[in-house]
Design a protein around this ligand. Sequence first.
Ligand code: NDP
Length: 401
Amino acid sequence: MTKVLVIGAGGVGSVAVHKMASLPEVFSSITLASRRISSCDKIAKSVQERFGVKIETFEVDADILEDTVSLLNKVKPDLLVNLALPYQDLVLMDACLKVGVHYLDTANYEPRDQAKFEYRWQWEYQDRFEDAGLMALLGSGFDPGVTNIFTAWLKKHHFDTIETLDILDCNGGDHGHPFATNFNPEINIREVTAPARHWENGHWVETPALSHKKSFDFPSVGERNMYLMYHEELESLVKHLPEMKRARFWMTFGDAYLTHLEVLQNVGLTSIEPITYKGQEIIPLQFLKAVLPDPGGLGERTKGRTCIGNIVTGEKDGSRVTKYLFNVCDHEKCYREVGSQAVSYTTGVPAMIGAALMLQGVWKGKGVFNMEQMNPDPFMDMLNVHGLPWEVRELTSPLDF
Ligand code: NDP
């Protein structure tokens, strides 16, 4: 009997819970809690209809430690899967330590008042989790998550040393709105408007946001413009694979998206500095989130595919080799299966897989772990079985930019 508690009933939480329900031999009891019980009940209804599985639901504010601790004491799960927002990571890790529960998330901690995400805050929990004999698995989504596992798997099976890593994230989907974000708008816009940063010869190199643009022909999607960005998996990958001379992350954006974003930035709507409006303090970016389309509602109208993968150049048996390892995911197929688009799907499935490997004891440890520290093989096998098949190609030359 394994018991999982998922906190966060948004796009990613919905996919993860549907996928867990499809594997009752691993997830024999599923509980879903979120800030609003209505979000949980909607998912529970869909899960019951699709899989005939009943899940328990609770309302909780995961910003409040005592409330989260009392929920954990009531549910008594083996594992807490945090699919709320990065702001809740530390409270949920504290709650796990207090009650003695393993922990998993998909995004690293970010303070609300500072658009600055880094692993430092969560890595500082290493001794506390180790002493308690508990495991915390950080970043079990797609990027971070699958991209870390792709790197570890390439290193294990195809390279003696890795010289350069490029992670290429393409969303070739079209939702038909003039402007919308594919996941939580507040988190998404904070990420996209931050300066770009990549690793080169032992240092971080910072460049202005969206200032480096390249074109790439993505498998099953076609030619798209992609932009150099900073993304959180670079921090842990550089730490755990110190041999890498260069590590970069690229994401595709359409011209219309960027034009809208530029205007929103210019008029101050992406700011996280509080302003006073009619006597009330509001944060412009949170107000913007309230008027943008709900990412959870995009599934029904999104067509096209995502293609996310890693291009790695390095040495194998004395020869220089370049490999491209990627997954292609179809928005409409995801919607038919679990009622969500591919961005939530590509995050929710790896969250389910990480949780399954922890609950089965295939992945175990005491302390705080990033994905690349685990054995990539069982995770890669499960990706193929649970909706995110991958392909590896040998490229004749490394990226020439
Ligand atoms: P959503 O905004 O759709 O969902 C977030 C959910 O968390 C909502 O259901 C919300 O509650 C709930 N929530 C927010 N605050 C609290 C709180 N204080 N207490 C309890 N519940 C709360 O986000 P997504 O599903 O798109 O993203 C979920 C996570 O996944 C985020 O951390 C995001 O950064 C991460 N992510 C990771 C990716 C990866 O590849 N690694 C990619 C995409 C996302 P309610 O609706 O009930 O009010």
